[in-house]
Ligand binder design. Structure first.
Ligand code: SF4
Ligand code: SF4
Length: 337
């Protein structure tokens, strides 16, 4: 397994890390067990966030008494000094620690600089030793490029999978040149990619640290398996990637849910990518009465465009939903998928 050094932080870990967003959906006992098994299996880097409900508490419980054996990153969505302080203290308490390895501004809408309170808060927290390194997460490529150019951050967390564009790949390269760590989120592109071997092999070509979102033992086993059986890009894997890229590229929903809630309660993060999901997972799961009812809600969209203002990928969500609904109705009427 390749080792990744996260730029000037000096943090060096195996290129196989744990994204702790999904553990908010399982019991504390299950989450702690998953996290410990991940450690025992070789993972050393764990990414959580204040916004992931009780994820931090679970991470804190799992690594109590062995804090120096793992690296933990967390995030704040604070927009004021007061909220930053409150979040940081809560995170330290939740994680049962007195320092966070990398503290990140979460889903930054722009590059915060020395003039911004939030950036000053990060610098002060680092001086106090409450955080060891300053990081940021972004979803928009332009914002991410500004962040790298600013030279103010030690790590960038950005979506990166084998659906990446040339511009995304150039971003990875510019991070490397700036001696910034690149933490790759959404390596499965929000569940659209299902071939973990191809995802891992793709990452192995770059100096990035993928944080795989893990919720089940079977998922963890898959990722831990790569410590034993290292994967690289082969002709077979290149073909898988090429096929998926041909099918999935373009305007597609990553399922992140940032656009929600919808004014009329449409489950946008699933319905706006139904055409892909139905072709990639067993179709029957998406044709149940529940999903038919969810999809039919699209007809009640009032075109308020509230969702679009919140989508980091600036997708035209109402139109995307309508396209998905048209396809879905055709499938229900007998179209082959
Ligand atoms: S535009 Fe439609 S989908 Fe978007 S928030 Fe409004 S009602 Fe919901
Ligand atoms: S429409 Fe945009 S914000 Fe909403 S789930 Fe999809 S990618 Fe995320």
């Amino acid at each position: 397994m390749k080792t990744i050094c996260l730029g000037k932080t000096g943090i060096s870990v195996p290129q196989n890390a744990f994204g702790a967003l999904p553990i908010q959906r399982v019991s504390e006992e299950e989450a702690v067990s998953l996290l410990r098994k991940a450690y025992e299996g070789g993972m050393r880097f764990f990414d959580t966030a204040r916004a992931y409900s009780d994820s931090e508490v679970k991470v804190g419980k799992a690594f109590e008494g062995m804090r120096d054996k793992v690296y933990i990153s967390s995030k704040t969505m604070a927009t004021t000094r007061e909220k930053f302080e409150e979040d940081l203290e809560t995170t330290l308490t939740n994680l049962k620690t007195d320092y966070i390895d990398i503290y990140q501004l979460h889903c930054a809408a722009r590059c915060y600089t020395e003039e911004d309170d939030l950036y000053q808060c990060l610098v002060e927290a680092k001086k106090q030793g409450r955080i060891r390194h300053i990081g940021i997460t972004a979803h928009k490529i332009g914002v991410a490029e500004d962040i790298v150019k600013s030279g103010l951050y030690e790590t960038l967390q950005f979506p990166f999978s084998y659906l990446a564009s040339e511009r995304d790949i150039a971003l990875v390269q510019s991070c490397k040149e700036a001696d910034m760590g690149f933490i790759a989120m959404k390596g499965l592109s929000g569940g659209l990619l299902t071939n973990s071997e191809a995802c891992m092999a793709f990452m192995s070509q770059y100096d990035v640290l993928p944080i795989w979102g893990i919720q089940r033992q079977s998922e963890l086993d898959e990722w831990l398996g790569f410590f034993e059986n290292e994967v690289t890009i082969t002709k077979k894997i290149k073909n898988v990637i090429e096929k998926d890229r041909n099918e999935l590229l373009g305007e597609f929903c990553r399922g992140c849910g940032y656009c929600m809630p919808c004014t009329v309660d449409i489950t946008i993060n699933q319905c706006a990518r139904m055409s892909q999901m139905i072709r990639r997972a067993p179709s029957q799961n998406w044709l149940t009465e529940h999903w038919q009812n969810e999809m039919m809600k699209i007809d009640s969209c009032v075109n308020c465009y509230m969702c679009k203002t919140r989508c980091p990928y600036e997708l035209d969500i109402p139109n995307l939903l309508r396209k998905n609904l048209k396809d879905y109705k055709e499938i229900l009427a007998g179209k082959k998928v």
